[in-house]
Design a protein around this ligand. Structure first.
Ligand SMILES: *[C@@H]1O[C@H](CO)[C@@H](O)[C@H](O)[C@H]1NC(C)=O
Ligand SMILES: *[C@@H]1O[C@H](CO)[C@@H](O)[C@H](O)[C@H]1NC(C)=O
Ligand SMILES: *[C@@H]1O[C@H](CO)[C@@H](O)[C@H](O)[C@H]1NC(C)=O
Ligand SMILES: *[C@@H]1O[C@H](CO)[C@@H](O)[C@H](O)[C@H]1NC(C)=O
Ligand SMILES: *[C@@H]1O[C@H](CO)[C@@H](O)[C@H](O)[C@H]1NC(C)=O
Ligand SMILES: *[C@@H]1O[C@H](CO)[C@@H](O)[C@H](O)[C@H]1NC(C)=O
Ligand SMILES: *[C@@H]1O[C@H](CO)[C@@H](O)[C@H](O)[C@H]1NC(C)=O
Ligand SMILES: CC(=O)N[C@H]1CO[C@H](CO)[C@@H](O)[C@@H]1O
Length: 646
């Protein structure tokens, strides 16, 4: 026994030694400048290697000020320079004794092979505090050395193969006040026109967490433009479906109050970044503290919700004059009708980078572009209906311009829709984010562009969902007490460190898990209306994981009467219900939904009664009812109206 162990250890040491020796021999490190520059330059590439798929560089940087940004520009496997082929370098060490005049910076980018590397173009050093930029033009052809680059990990094998709708979920989501959906609806309405001193009608508090509430931390006692618009979109759906006069008029009142509140926000004299200001107090005045601003998805989602409402209102016999004066025509009614102004803002500002829906990164975001595109596509038709041909034309041409940029988010090397287009920020090396799925849910314009069943969207949904399997401990619990499948717990992105109150380890979120369910329900509905499923070489990994029983193959199309078609639909239903069951499994007995549930224990965490958690469960159940062919579902829920506040 002992001897055996010793032999194994000795072999391991030998193996380790051999591996090191092999790598050391085959890794070729180019040294371009071996000592600190003396020729007056402020930046110089020191060493560079592209070995085993990792790019490792070191750079000399003159210590001219405290805040520095150092970037290395290169070209990818296709010898193209794109916003992705840029590396942010980090400080490594002081190298100039006690003079501190020179520093070594560098990076080791272990997944550089994913997009490939052919040439180092330049190193750009921005000495922020003195407002100067220095460049070392390198133009060096890079020769790969060392072991072959790793092949990207194959998708995992599915841990379950759920099929069809399940009764436990149907029961949990029943359209009555005691079910989870009833609770979600009641709790959502408690956060609209919230019972907080000074709160203005038409505002939505993001969560019951802040100074007024029993839970103070985190402070979400604000009206966020995005969260409010997504919440009001649920109210709009209830408004359209209700046939109880009382309930319908309650929703109508709230939606007009919301339109007015949005116009008030647009006119706030304290806006720092225009209509993309993300956050207001509940008295509906601007929050001016430091924040990630602008967030240019807000004007788009606000306009989408209000245009949907206007359409429903006209269908219900409402007057065009009211729609113009209280919803659309900001030119004539700037203090009360916000939509035209938000749409024109989107039309002229969509190409500016802005902060994402998680308020963390200023960049070009897939989510933001998707909702902006939908706002413009819908807006062009709506403006036309309002008799405003000039605005309609402006919106159409901006919509076409956005559409032309959407394909840049697809990374053929990674087979992934990138959540943002640009260099890695905040160490989000995977480029994976549920924001892509949310972008489709909130931004699909119904015109075939990035729909639920788009093959790039499907494979991205696979990569997003399976990315959480290795990092969330609770993902290893795969069935509930009665043996039914629990879907994958879904968070925002694998590298997330926000834990709901501070920074540590990120967790699965209720709204992200609900989004995956909603995506699957809507994809199944889309296939059913299309009457066929076309599987491509891009989407095949999605089917292999989520619908293995269907036995589909790339390049084939399956008609609605085929066994494969039926198996795919049943698999989508089964997994969507499993995602909802994951939420159910981590929902406390009182039915309240916080922001997240702990990755190790499944215990709710972060902001209490997050409004968006409720809204997302409701929209997922609307999608489920649509797929089941139960239009009365939403009507029954809607007819319950707003419960007297309790
Ligand atoms: C990359 O393209 C540039 C010009 O576009 C060319 O000069 C260079 O030789 C190419 N490099 C490689 C490695 O193909
Ligand atoms: C760079 O990172 C890779 C992957 O983590 C590692 O194998 C390699 O040894 C690193 N290279 C250097 C020079 O640090
Ligand atoms: C460095 O390379 C990038 C990418 O090609 C380019 O945009 C930038 O202008 C270059 N900088 C200089 C000073 O040449
Ligand atoms: C706010 O809404 C409530 C109920 O709709 C209404 O009674 C009240 O008058 C409104 N307040 C203002 C200031 O409009
Ligand atoms: C939005 O576009 C308008 C018109 O081009 C411009 O005046 C305004 O400064 C832009 N706003 C922002 C926040 O970029
Ligand atoms: C709105 O509320 C904030 C936070 O309570 C407060 O600082 C601000 O003075 C209020 N503004 C108005 C106009 O009441
Ligand atoms: C979240 O992180 C903070 C540190 O930023 C820590 O104090 C807190 O305990 C963490 N919360 C949980 C529930 O782990
Ligand atoms: C950031 C980083 O990992 N840099 C490494 C690059 O390679 C050199 C050796 O050539 C290391 O010393 C650095 O730490």
């Amino acid at each position: 026994m002992l001897a055996g162990t010793a032999v194994v250890s000795a072999l391991s040491v030998l193996a380790l030694f051999l591996t090191d020796a092999v790598l050391a021999q085959t890794c070729k490190t180019e040294t371009l400048q071996s000592t600190m520059p003396t020729d007056g330059s402020e930046v110089a590439l020191n060493t560079c290697s592209y070995c085993g798929g990792s790019l490792n560089v070191t750079v000399y940087i003159a210590n001219l000020c405290y805040n520095k940004v150092v970037r290395l520009y290169y070209t990818n496997a296709q010898n193209q320079s794109t916003p992705l082929s840029v590396a942010s370098l980090n400080w490594i060490k002081e190298i100039d004794g006690t003079n501190y005049a020179w520093e070594l910076w560098g990076a080791n980018i272990s997944d550089a092979y994913l997009d490939g590397l052919t040439e180092i173009l330049n190193v750009t050093y921005n000495a922020v505090d003195i407002g100067k930029t220095y460049v070392d033009i390198v133009d060096l052809a890079v020769v790969a050395s060392g072991a072959a680059a790793p092949t990207p990990a194959a998708p995992p094998k599915p841990y379950a193969t759920p099929l069809g709708f399940s009764d436990d979920i149907t029961k949990w989501l029943q359209p009555n006040k005691d079910s989870e959906d009833g609770i979600a609806m009641a709790r959502m309405f408690m956060n609209i026109n919230p019972n907080v001193v000074g709160a203005v009608n038409g505002t939505v508090v993001a969560a019951q967490s802040g100074p007024t509430y029993p839970q103070h931390d985190p402070d979400y006692e604000y009206d966020w433009v995005r969260d409010s618009s997504l919440t009001m979109d649920v109210v709009q759906t209830l408004y359209a479906a209700a046939n109880s006069k009382t309930a319908k008029s309650q929703y109508e009142t709230i939606l007009f109050q919301y339109a007015g509140a949005r116009a008030t926000e647009q006119n706030d004299p304290g806006l720092q970044t225009g209509l993309g200001e993300p956050k207001f107090y509940l008295n509906n005045t601007i929050f001016t503290g430091p924040w990630g601003r602008p967030q240019n998805d807000g004007p788009a989602t606000a306009a989408i919700t209000l245009m949907e409402f206007a359409k429903d209102y006209l269908n219900a016999g409402g007057s065009l004059a009211t729609v113009k004066s209280k919803i659309y025509d900001s030119a004539t009614y700037p203090l009360q009708a916000p939509v035209m102004r938000d749409l024109l803002f989107v039309a002229s500002n969509w190409s500016s980078p802005s902060f994402d829906l998680w308020e963390e990164e200023e960049a070009d975001h897939f989510y933001t572009r998707m909702v902006q595109r939908r706002a413009l596509v819908t807006g062009a038709t709506f403006a036309h209906q309002m008799g405003d041909a000039a605005t309609s034309a402006t919106l159409s041409s901006a919509a076409a311009a956005i559409s032309a940029t959407m394909s840049q988010f697809w990374d053929p090397n990674r087979q992934l829709i990138l959540y943002e287009y640009g260099p890695v920020l905040h160490d989000k090396n995977s480029y994976i984010d549920i924001a892509v799925v949310l972008g489709v849910i909130h931004g699909y314009a119904g015109d075939g562009v990035y729909s639920y069943t788009n093959d790039e969207v499907l494979v991205s949904a696979l990569k997003i969902s399976t990315s959480f399997l290795p990092i969330y401990h609770i993902a290893s619990v795969t069935s509930d007490a009665s043996g039914q499948v629990l879907g994958i717990p879904i968070g925002r992105y694998p590298e997330d460190v926000y834990n709901g109150t501070g920074f540590g380890l990120g967790n699965p979120w209720y709204l992200c898990t609900a989004a995956m369910a909603e995506h699957f329900y809507r994809a199944a509905s889309e296939y059913k209306s299309a009457g066929s499923i076309a599987v491509t070489s891009v989407s095949i990994p999605f089917f292999n994981y989520f619908a293995p029983q269907a036995g589909v193959s790339a390049g084939s199309t399956y008609k609605a009467n085929s066994a494969a078609f039926k198996a795919v639909i049943q698999s989508l239903e089964g997994w969507a219900d499993a995602f909802i069951r994951r939420i159910k499994y981590h929902t406390p007995a009182d039915g309240h939904l916080a922001e997240e549930f702990n990755r190790d224990t499944g215990v709710p965490q972060g902001a209490a009664d997050l409004t968006w958690s409720y809204a997302s469960l409701l929209t997922a159940s609307f999608a489920r009812a649509e797929l089941m062919g139960s239009p009365n579902y939403v009507t029954r829920l809607a007819n319950m109206g707003i419960a007297p506040s309790s």
